[in-house]
Ligand binder design. Structure first.
Ligand code: OAD
Length: 243
């Protein structure tokens, strides 16, 4: 493998599948029995907030029953050992990258860790009124009061369809300097994440896809390796770290 300095890794639901968390686009096209537009849009929240809150309460509670798998652990190893730049951008709202040990705040820079949740996080609440985000481990009934602005407006901190993903500036900056872009366990169906491979190529990066099946944009990658993340990712990380 050529020498790389700056790596951006994009992860999706396929990384957590072997931990027992359902992917979004299963064979039935449903996410845990629900159509995405019934639980993952601002319209759904306005129409039936109780359903949306209950749905994410169930997903949050489920986190206690699952554990990181070998793919998360390998990425945590990369985070610990990679001397160059690294940003793990995850579309996942679970906390399995962190529980495997990735994403701890570094001494360098602004103290931000190397894991970024662009679609939000189950263990976070967002105030729909003032925009403040806060850690949230419990269930989140509708109408909970925001401690910052006192509005009864706390909602799950999930980026719904039609909303702008988090930290796009930081992602764009990392992609502008990237020389290796790796996409793991994502179907490439949802933008802007699905477009990162084009941006990375535009900036001259080598691009690799690790996935169970070819993603929608598979042809955009220089290299595609098909298989289970728990096998592909540890092997790939070992190759990057030289053993
Ligand atoms: P998808 O469910 O669309 O795709 C999961 C991908 O993982 C598929 O390409 C599978 O082939 C692959 N896969 C499944 N099991 C795997 C395994 N064991 N090893 C490797 N790959 C495996 O999930 P995402 O692409 O993450 O957005 O979905 C993107 C976004 O759509 C989500 O973040 C979510 C959803 O709507 C929001 O919630 C805002």
């Amino acid at each position: 493998m050529p020498e790389f300095q700056n790596i951006v890794i994009l992860t999706g639901a396929g990384v957590s599948a072997e931990s027992g968390l359902a992917t979004f686009r299963g064979p039935d096209g449903l996410w845990e029995g629900h159509r995405v537009e019934d639980v993952c849009t601002p319209e759904a929240l306005a129409r039936d907030a109780a359903l949306v809150h209950r749905f994410y309460d169930e997903r949050r509670a489920r986190l206690a029953e699952v554990r990181p798998n070998a793919a998360h652990e390998a990425l945590a190893r990369l985070d610990a050992e990679w001397r160059g730049e690294l940003l793990i951008v995850t579309q996942n709202v679970d906390d399995l990258h962190e529980r495997a040990g990735a994403g701890a705040a570094t001494d360098a820079g602004d103290g931000a860790g190397r894991v970024l949740h662009m679609h939000g996080a189950l263990q976070s609440a967002l105030c729909a009124r003032c925009g403040e985000r806060r850690p949230w481990a419990e269930s989140l009934p509708t109408g909970r009061i925001c401690p910052a602005c006192a509005a009864p407006a706390l909602r799950p901190d999930i980026v719904f369809f039609g909303e702008i993903p988090y930290e796009m500036d930081r992602i764009e900056r990392a992609l502008a300097d990237v020389d290796l872009f790796v996409s793991i366990g994502t179907s490439g169906a949802v933008y802007p994440a699905a477009g990162f491979v084009r941006t990375a190529r535009h900036h001259g990066a080598h691009t690799v896809e690790l996935n169970l099946d070819p993603s929608a944009g598979s042809f955009l990658f220089h290299e595609s390796r098909m298989g289970a993340a728990s096998e592909l990712v540890p092997a790939f990380v070992a190759q990057l770290l030289g053993g």
